[in-house]
Write a protein that binds this ligand. Structure first.
Ligand code: GLN
Length: 264
């Protein structure tokens, strides 16, 4: 069924779903492939395959997803962590920071990954969605980062107090007019995590405008972008007074991150 459905990798998806039903790690599946499967397990697997074939993301079906080597609980109320966002992680890990702000934190995967990679750092994750804040808080607990990560409901910088060495964000950047043409899978994610209901750039305007007041001198602002947005966002960063403005590519060679530094 999956071979004809909205998935590019049917065998991997089937394996992940079966591993979930059998409650074994996906990389151990080969060891038990000859074991019998009970009727309830087969029914549960068939039901998940049918939902996957209708476009529901694997992460929603199994309730979690790996990002930068760690597992995060994922629900339909947050953006599904994506491999290209690891480019933002790689870029952030090039600089020094001890205090991080993550705007539109969703599952918390960006902030919590950065804190896990930098054991002396602390951070604040903000999101307009209460469900996202609850989920990110749970993910922080599961990763043992609850003492170093705080999460709160906030409209962008609204609830951010103090200054940070690093401000990161993967905001909704799909333009409203692009939404109807998107893959069916994205319809299972919250619309507010995908589009700004405008030209796709309005969140960057908000973020660039607030950066100076929330960065320490020498602090960095780094955002994920859609591949066509690099020049526009870099221009906003420069206009906001940031220096060392740069653009980074993801593993597919597409522009994916814009960064800039508040002058010392
Ligand atoms: N990277 C997502 C996509 O195009 C978009 C998420 C976002 O707007 N930050 O699938």
């Amino acid at each position: 069924m999956l071979r004809h459905a909205a998935t590019a990798i049917p065998q991997r998806d089937a394996r992940l779903l079966l591993a979930h039903v059998l409650d074994v790690p996906a990389d151990r599946m080969t060891l038990i492939l000859r074991d019998a499967v009970s009727a309830p397990q087969r029914d549960a697997f068939d039901a998940l395959v049918a939902r996957r074939a209708a476009g529901e993301p694997v992460s929603h079906l199994v309730g979690r997803r790996q990002f930068y080597g760690r597992w995060f609980e994922v629900t339909a109320q947050v953006l599904d962590p994506r491999p290209e966002t690891e480019t933002l992680i790689e870029t952030a890990l090039e600089v020094d920071f001890t205090r991080v702000l993550d705007l539109g934190t969703g599952s918390g995967c960006i902030l919590l990954t950065l804190l896990a990679e930098r054991p002396d750092a602390t951070g604040l994750g903000l999101d307009l969605s209460e469900a996202a804040v609850e989920l990110a808080t749970r993910n922080g607990g599961a990763l043992g980062a609850h003492k170093r990560a705080a999460f709160a409901v906030s409209d962008w910088f609204e609830r951010a107090t103090g200054r940070f060495d690093l401000v990161v964000s993967n905001p909704p950047y799909i333009a409203a007019e692009e939404m109807p043409g998107l893959a069916v899978e994205l319809s299972f994610e919250p619309r507010m995590a995908l589009t700004d209901e405008g030209d796709g750039l309005s969140c960057y305007r908000r973020i660039a405008a607030g950066a100076d007041a929330h960065l320490h001198p020498g602090g960095w602002l780094m955002v994920e972008i859609g591949p066509t947005q690099a020049q526009a966002v870099a221009g906003m960063f420069t206009a906001a007074g940031l220096g060392e403005v740069g653009i980074r590519q993801d593993l597919d060679g597409r522009d994916r991150v814009v960064l800039g530094r508040k002058p010392l």
